[in-house]
Structures are given as structure tokens and as C-alpha cells.
Design a protein around this ligand. Structure first.
Ligand code: HEM
Ligand code: HEM
Length: 194
């Protein structure tokens, strides 16, 4: 009996893995765009001189950050309701564990970071105006020492999140460009239709 498994043929295109459901993909890319804006915006606003430009960037950072919180709640609901596709076949166990841990941490951070930012602003005595449309109530009473502490935690976690997002993007591109194993197309199914 011959072993005619087509997946061993060198010309075989990358496998077409089960993609994430459309709502999960839309929410992933909206959140990704918002996170990729909010981190550099946060760093830039901290390095601007005090003035109108810094105030505007603070407002935008807070607004997009609150949008991330809303998207995060929707994402968790969609994830619980629809689940995720089964793990990519053939993925080494350690890669599956690292990917799963990264994804879980990113879910935690998209909830915790906006709440910490909101609490930092409230304890500082600053209003959180969302795209100039409405103002959120203060999460905590004014307390400047507490604001300094929460701001420092928000900063450290913000840098940790930047590193984690960098790792996540590098892994996604490694799968998409080097390994071409279909993992990237789980979030961009159009890639496997060509
Ligand atoms: C250019 C940027 C990005 C690319 C190319 C990308 C790519 C991907 C891909 C291919 C997956 C599916 C992995 C798999 O099937 O195992 C995924 C999942 C995920 N990504 Fe991204 N991503 C990007 C940015 C982000 C950002 C900024 C976040 C921050 C929150 C993020 C959070 C997540 C999470 C939480 C999952 C797991 C989804 C689940 O299983 O429910 N991604 N990403
Ligand atoms: C996922 C969402 C968020 C991320 C990743 C994020 C990230 C960051 C980063 C990287 C910085 C710069 C830290 C530094 O260079 O010192 C920063 C600063 C700041 N962010 Fe956010 N942020 C988010 C959401 C929010 C929200 C929703 C608010 C308020 C409603 C907010 C309020 C602030 C404030 C007040 C600072 C200055 C902190 C200080 O004075 O030390 N952030 N953020």
C-alpha cells in the first residue's frame, strides 16, 4: 500500500484552516487598530509640552481607550458565544501554549488598561470626555497620590502590552510569511482564497 498523503507534496499550497467567525474577525481588527493607535498616542502625549496639542491628544487617547473597553466587552461575549476554531493541526504544543497565554493576557489587558486609565484620570480630577460626545462619571474620588500610583501601573502595563503586541504580531507574520501554514488566514480568510 502506498502512502499518498497530498500534504507531503512540496507544491501543496498552505492548508485552509477553519477561520474565526466574522464577528470575531471584525472585532479583532477594530481592537487591533485602536490598540496600535492608543499605545504610541499615550507615549507621544507624555512627551509633548503642556498645551492645547497635549490636551487634544489626551482626550483622543482616553476616547479611543474607552472604545477599546467597549470592543473588549463585545469580544469576550462573542468569544464565549461562538468559541474559537480548533487549534492549528501540527502546531508544536509549546507554540500552542505560548499563543494561548498571549491571547488570554491580551484579553485581560484590553479590559484592565482602559479601567486603570479611567481610574487614573478620575483620581487626578480630570474628566473623561468620549469623543466630545459625553462625559463619563468619575470612577473614583479625587486623590492625587493614588492617581500617581495608578498612572505608574498604567504606564508599566502599557509598555508590557506593547511588548506582548509586538510578539503577537511577529508570530502572526512568521506564520503568514515564513511558515505559510494557514494560521494568519484564520484572521484574514481572503489570504487563503487566492
Ligand atoms: C497587525 C496586527 C495583528 C495581526 C497580524 C494579528 C493576527 C492574529 C491572528 C492571525 C490571530 C489568530 C491566531 C490563531 O489562530 O491562533 C490573532 C488572534 C488574536 N489576536 Fe491578533 N493580530 C494583530 C493585532 C492584535 C492586537 C493589537 C491585539 C490586542 C488586543 C490582538 C489580540 C488578539 C487576540 C486576543 C487573539 C485571540 C483571539 C481568540 O482566540 O479569541 N491582536 N491575531
Ligand atoms: C488599552 C487601552 C490603553 C492603553 C494600551 C494605554 C496605554 C498608555 C500608555 C502607553 C501611556 C503612556 C505611558 C507613559 O509614557 O508614561 C498611557 C498614559 C496614560 N493613559 Fe492610557 N492607555 C489606554 C487606555 C486609557 C484610558 C481609557 C484612559 C482614560 C480614560 C487612559 C488614560 C491615560 C492617562 C491619564 C495617562 C497618563 C498617565 C500618567 O500620568 O502617568 N488610558 N496610556
Amino acid at each position: 500500500m502506498t502512502t499518498q498523503n497530498p500534504s507531503f507534496h512540496p507544491q501543496t499550497p498552505p492548508p485552509r484552516l477553519t477561520p474565526y467567525a466574522p464577528p470575531a474577525r471584525w472585532l479583532h481588527w477594530l481592537t487591533a487598530a485602536a490598540v496600535l493607535f492608543v499605545i504610541p498616542a499615550g507615549i507621544a502625549m507624555m512627551n509633548l509640552p503642556q498645551g492645547a496639542a497635549q490636551d487634544r491628544l489626551f482626550d483622543l487617547h482616553r476616547s479611543v481607550g474607552i472604545l477599546i473597553l467597549v470592543l473588549a466587552v463585545l469580544r469576550v461575549a462573542v468569544r464565549v458565544a461562538l468559541g474559537a476554531p480548533p487549534p492549528a493541526p501540527g502546531l508544536p504544543r509549546w507554540q500552542h501554549v505560548v499563543a494561548s497565554a498571549t491571547h488570554h493576557l491580551l484579553y485581560v489587558l484590553i479590559v484592565v488598561m482602559p479601567l486603570l486609565g479611567w481610574a487614573t484620570s478620575s483620581t487626578y480630577g480630570a474628566q473623561v470626555s468620549v469623543f466630545g460626545l459625553f462625559t463619563l462619571p468619575a470612577l473614583l474620588a479625587k486623590n492625587e497620590p493614588l492617581s500617581d500610583l495608578l498612572g505608574a501601573i498604567h504606564q508599566v502595563l502599557g509598555f508590557a502590552m506593547a511588548a506582548l503586541v509586538g510578539l503577537h504580531i511577529a508570530a502572526a507574520l512568521f506564520h503568514g510569511i515564513v511558515k505559510r501554514d494557514g494560521v494568519l488566514s484564520r484572521m484574514i480568510p481572503a489570504l487563503s482564497r487566492r
